[in-house]
Design a protein around this ligand. Structure first.
Ligand code: F6P
Length: 340
């Protein structure tokens, strides 16, 4: 069997570990041949495909990024299933393993509906896919954000300042919630739960009154209560201009004015997606890679591998792409007891 692998959408620590797990298992157990599709769907519709022999994946589980490259190309803007079928036939490719987030998996589902042999592997640092308990990349992103907040706290304490830390999460606040909890933030702000400026100011003042340097962790998709909730296009602000400052940069001066406490903001941005994956993410990604091979061998087209408890299972791509996994109110309230 000849199998193409692609990584699509925003990159994420652990992508290379999936590729390695799939290629080693497929080569060793089933004698399969692998093809590397460059830059996600772009490579599949534009026929940018290279051999992916086993020796090319050596040592990959600890390497960040993706050796295949990635893009946010939608295959339906480039010929759709017909073009994909033509390219696959040209390479005698029997199946595609598509590693990606919500957009990638939605495209994979549509292609599968049109008869393309596809198995999906979920990835996102945001951990917002409802059909899997965890996605690899999340653990690494939370660890990087936590360490960054710890570091920002010591400088804030030295200067008696408040620190606003913006983390990733356009639609959901999982990174903010987990990193904020781990680092002992005095307020955590997530897109799912709008808060008023006055409430955030109260938490900041309360921390200061106890002699602490207030730390506010805010997810990039958070909006203040009463403000229109706008999810800006990637790389652009809500008005379509190059994104210079997000919610963190806006919130810092507002809090400073309200509380009179000198405030600085740090936006962690793509630091959260870079570098080596954590041990947890390497293990999960490797398991997803080997499980994707099982799904291919069993011809489970139109499915996605997923973590259920501690087991790796397969789920229908239709169920995997219907709704985002948001932070439940009870989980937020559990953390909010510790604010201020
Ligand atoms: O979806 C993952 C994610 O990292 C989001 O948290 C973030 O908003 C977005 O990707 C950033 O995308 P880009 O790398 O295209 O700027």
């Amino acid at each position: 069997m000849r199998i193409g692998i692609l990584t699509s959408g925003g990159d994420c620590p652990g992508l290379n570990a999936v590729i390695r797990g799939a290629v080693i298992k497929g080569d060793r157990i089933h004698g399969q041949t692998f093809l590397g599709i460059k830059d996600g769907w772009r490579g599949l519709v534009e026929d940018d495909i290279v051999p992916l022999p086993r020796h090319d994946v050596r040592g990959l589980s600890r390497q960040g990024g993706t050796i295949l490259g990635t893009s946010r190309t939608n295959p339906f803007d480039g010929g759709g299933a017909e073009q994909v079928r033509t390219v696959m036939t040209h390479h005698e490719m029997d199946a595609v393993i598509a590693i990606g987030g919500e957009g990638t998996l939605t495209a994979a589902r549509r292609l599968s509906d049109e008869g393309i042999n596809i198995v999906g592997v979920p990835k996102t640092i945001d951990n917002d896919l409802s059909a899997t308990d965890y996605t690899f990349g999340f653990d690494t992103a939370v660890a990087i954000a936590t360490e960054s907040i710890d570091r920002l706290r010591t400088t804030a304490e030295s200067h008696h300042r408040c620190m606003v830390v913006e983390v990733m999460g356009r639609h959901v606040g999982w990174i903010a919630l987990h990193a904020g909890l781990a680092a002992g933030a005095h307020a955590i702000l997530v897109p799912e739960v709008p808060q008023s400026l006055e409430q955030v100011g109260e938490w900041v003042r309360s921390a200061r009154d106890r002699g602490r340097a207030p730390v506010v962790v805010v997810a990039e998709g958070f909006s203040l209560a009463g403000e229109e909730h706008v999810v800006a296009p990637r790389g652009l602000d809500a008005f379509g201009r190059p994104r210079l400052g997000g919610i963190g940069e806006r919130l810092g001066p507002m809090l400073e004015e309200l509380t009179g406490i000198e405030t600085r903001c740090a936006t962690l941005g793509h630091l959260q997606r870079g570098g080596v994956p954590s041990a947890y993410d390497r293990v999960l990604a490797t398991r997803f890679g080997t499980a994707a091979i099982d799904a291919v061998v069993d011809k489970k087209w139109g499915t996605m591998v997923s973590l259920s408890g501690t087991d790796v299972v397969t789920v229908d791509l239709h169920d995997a792409t219907t709704k985002l996994k948001t932070v439940p109110r009870a989980r937020y309230d559990e953390a909010a007891i510790l604010f201020g």
